[in-house]
Design a protein around this ligand. Structure first.
Ligand code: MRU
Length: 377
């Protein structure tokens, strides 16, 4: 993606050939700052503190975390310790375990002297594959937006296929900042917009970390896509009044049965969409599917984060000064559940790099038949 005419991915190798650069997402949208990671511990801290976030980027950062571990020590115990420390950073996004498993399986079977080069090569490959998958999600998903636009134009009697913009509602940030490039939920929007289809995005602010208000708004604005930030509770009202044509979100973990775990509040949007007959799609690469699990509500671990994210809010003054204020009475009890699970029955379809499928075991295996033996029954 371009920022001020320069193309960026969210993670890349430093000029020294071994350190790793990321964009500090805790400072966006007010400050764009590149942060170098020079150790496995720094990569782990960047994931835990949400300097980087979003399931695919968490996986990519963990992969580079393993590479950074080999820069210091290529022994089996060092790699096992790095695996454990990186895995413990965030519990919900399955891309983290997926990327770490790829790294561990491929590294431990080669002699130590080859591990460093292999680790950096594997991490780069994981990043390149994520970009290709997200680009493909964009192509498949943009067809849904094009169809919605054609339906709108036909219903309004517009000529030459022209018509009002397609209104897409999204939650959290599942754009290029959540991946290595392109995004998952936002990739279809970028692709449709670039193809000349008019799109307007309703952006849920996404308390408590405000990934929508801060990051999705920043991304869409940088790309020139019209958007409107709304409070998290506005979606149902907009849907009742015909102001949403489709919803597209991302996911941090999707089960073999098609249950979708995503940022807290996604489930409520899916319920409202279902009640109003509005299609609810989810974009994801294969690395976000947890084939071992069936029932997402029962089986997916839900991260609970620091209550300070609920009790306080961060922003900048009009003078540009960063500040944090308390919203609740001093000492108020707060709880910070970071994710929820939307049952497959509320999901119209999964937009993957291999195409769009029903949110079901049969639907997923139709696209990924090689996983038949791994998929939860
Ligand atoms: O806590 P975060 O910001 O890492 O959570 C990310 C999300 O939940 C996003 O909604 C996203 O869809 C998943 S990553 C593409």
């Amino acid at each position: 993606m371009k920022i001020a005419d320069k193309h960026y991915r969210t993670i890349w190798l430093g000029d020294d050939g071994w350190s790793v650069n990321v964009i500090d997402q805790t400072l966006l949208p007010h400050v764009f700052e590149v942060r170098p990671l020079k150790s496995m511990a720094a990569a782990a801290a960047a994931i835990a503190d949400m300097v980087v976030r979003g399931a695919p980027l968490i996986g990519a950062t963990a992969a580079y975390g393993m590479a950074l571990a080999t820069h210091a020590d290529t022994s089996d115990p060092a790699l096992e310790a790095a695996y454990a420390q990186l895995l413990a950073t965030r519990p919900t996004a399955i891309n983290l375990r997926w990327a770490l498993d790829v790294m561990r399986e491929r590294l431990l079977v080669v002699p130590e002297e080859f591990r460093r080069e292999l680790a950096y090569g594997l991490a780069a490959e994981i990043c390149d594959n994520d970009v290709a998958a997200c680009r493909s999600i964009g192509q498949h998903g943009s067809i849904l937006i094009a169809d919605a636009h054609a339906r709108k134009a036909a219903n309004s009697g517009a000529r030459n296929g022209a018509g009002a913009a397609v209104n897409v509602l999204t939650h959290c940030n599942a754009g290029w900042l959540a991946t290595v490039d392109w995004g998952t939920a936002l990739a279809p929007i970028y692709t449709a917009h670039d193809a000349g289809i008019p799109v307007h995005v309703w952006v849920d602010e996404t308390r408590p970390r405000n990934q929508g208000a801060a990051l999705t708004a920043y991304e869409l604005g940088s790309h020139g896509i019209p958007y409107t930030v709304i409070v998290d509770n506005a979606g149902g009202h907009l849907m009742q009044h015909g102001m949403v044509d489709l919803c597209i979100t991302g996911t941090d973990r999707t089960t073999a049965h098609g249950d979708v775990c995503n940022k807290i509040g996604t489930y409520l949007k899916a319920l409202a969409a279902h009640d109003n007959g509005i299609p609810f799609y989810v974009g994801l690469p294969h690395s976000t599917i947890d084939w071992r699990l069936g029932d997402g509500v029962a089986e997916i671990p839900i991260e609970q984060r620091d209550g300070g994210e609920v009790s306080h809010i961060h922003g900048v003054t009009e003078a540009g000064q960063g500040t944090s204020v308390r919203l609740v009475p001093a000492g108020a009890a707060v709880a910070n559940y970071a994710f929820d699970v939307t049952p497959a029955r509320l999901v119209t379809g999964l937009i993957t790099e291999r195409g769009v499928c029903p949110a079901s075991r049969a639907g997923l295996l139709g696209l990924y038949p090689e996983q038949a033996e791994n998929a939860a029954p």
